[in-house]
Design a protein around this ligand. Structure first.
Ligand code: ZN
Length: 97
């Protein structure tokens, strides 16, 4: 799987968590995520800013990959750990099967 797939899986898990916690949503993202908008790219750069481009959409300031809205408490350390946990769980599931 590519980096972007892992980012998507991680984002889905965060959205799922918010649904389970019965959080309010706006445009398919939890309200909370808009309070202090935080952005992540597939290289897991976290920023409160992004580059707006006419042709390619919203881009990471560091690597120019597309950014996605993420939970405001995300840090580069926390997301790296959570994605490596997801990868490990995935490997375990494959072994169990
Ligand atoms: Zn980046």
């Amino acid at each position: 799987m590519d980096k972007i797939d892992w980012l998507n899986i991680w984002l889905e898990s965060k959205i799922h968590e918010a649904i389970m916690n019965k959080e309010e949503f706006f445009l398919s993202r939890p309200d909370k995520w808009y309070e202090e908008p935080t952005w992540v790219c597939e290289n897991l750069h976290i920023s409160n800013h992004y580059l707006k481009s006419e042709e390619r959409g919203d881009l990471c300031l560091e690597c120019r990959k597309k950014v996605r809205l993420c939970p405001p408490d995300t840090t580069e350390k926390s997301i790296a750990k959570e994605i490596s946990d997801l990868k490990r769980e995935n490997k375990l599931k494959r072994i169990i099967k």
